[in-house]
Structures are given as C-alpha cells and as structure tokens.
Design a protein around this ligand. Sequence first.
Ligand code: DC
Length: 213
Amino acid sequence: MNRPLTHKINVAIDGPAGAGKSTVARLVAEKLGYIYVDTGAMYRTVTLKALRDGADLKDAAALRRIAERLDIKLLPESGGQRVLMDGEDVTEKIRSAEVTAAVSTVASVPEVRRILVKLQQDMALRRGVVMDGRDIGTNVMPDAEVKVFMTASVRVRAERRWKEIRGQDPKATVESLMEAIERRDRADSERETSPLRRADDALLLDTSHISAE
Ligand code: DC
C-alpha cells in the first residue's frame, strides 16, 4: 500500500516495570517527532491524589470519583514529559516510594482504568503517538501499527531500578528491589481487568543484554 511520507503511525510498548519501555519510547518519539505518552504516570497521578486525600484504596467508588475529577496533563518536553495534576507539577512526586507501593492497587480498579483508557485513546486518535504501559497493545490501541512487548530478567530490572534510586534511597538493595518487582509483576499480571499480557501481534524484545540505543 502506498502511503504519503507524512503518514503517522501509533507505536505501543508494553511490558513489566524496568524492562526499559520508557527509555526506548522516549528515544523513539524524539527521533520520529512523535508524542510520548507514559500511561503509568497517569495511574501514578491518580494514586498520588488518592493518598493525599486519604482515600480508602479499597473503595472503588471513591477512586472512580477521584479519577473522574482529576485533571491530568502530560506536557512533552525534550527528553521526556512533565506531569501536571490539577495544574501542579507532580513529575517527581509520582515516583515516590509511597506512590510506587500503592499504584498496583489503584490500577486494578476497573472504573479507574475505564476513565484513563478513554483519555489515552483520545490522545492516540490523531496518531503519531508512542505510548507505553501494560495494556496498550491489547486494549488501549489494539490497532497500533507497531507493537512491542519488552521484557528483561528480574535481576537486570532490579539493577536498573537500583541505579536510578540509590541516591534517594541508600537503604535499597538489588535483592529487596527484586522482591518488590516480583510482587508488582504478579499484581499486574493477575488482575482481572486488562492484565499485563503480550498481544498476539506484538514483537517480543528481551532487553536484558542490549542497550536502549
Ligand atoms: O510503568 P509504571 O511503573 O510507572 O506503572 C505504574 C503502575 O501502573 C504499575 O503498577 C502498572 C500500572 N499500569 C497499568 O496497569 N496500566 C498501564 N497502561 C500503565 C501502568
């Protein structure tokens, strides 16, 4: 099929935490002049708001109300994006240990997912999007032209995470991070709504021993 050179496609990148999705998604978006959408950041933003409000994380209706009312903006900037929550810059705050520990619970609530998936689909409508997450190729953009499922060994993923956070959290060890990663993988893969799963038509990419470039 002949397509004009300006024809834009959508790229879906899924996989577990630490597989290198966001690094690669960012590089690809920059190269192509596409918009990078970090959907994990959206689940993290809802989680931060819920924690601040002292919401009961088991109360699906309360979480739905929070997600419905929340204004989440992803602002592209060179090399990444800034995240605004009701106008407040929360780019760094959504990476805290508290948010990271609670986000799987919030992301398992179907009502929250429905609201965020709709926002993500709206962003992808005009194409030219590189989106990373857990259910992008299977659920958010099943029609994406390119789908990649990235993975890496638990040890490699824990080592990457350790290098990222050792400055802020000197107590963190690769072993403790391996445990946390395995716990989160299990929660993300075993949840009922849109579990982490490779789409049948996604390329499988093991990044354990290859660089982002
Ligand atoms: O990629 P991340 O670590 O920032 O994702 C945070 C959490 O959100 C993680 O527990 C998985 C969940 N998530 C999800 O369920 N669906 C997505 N599309 C993206 C993230």
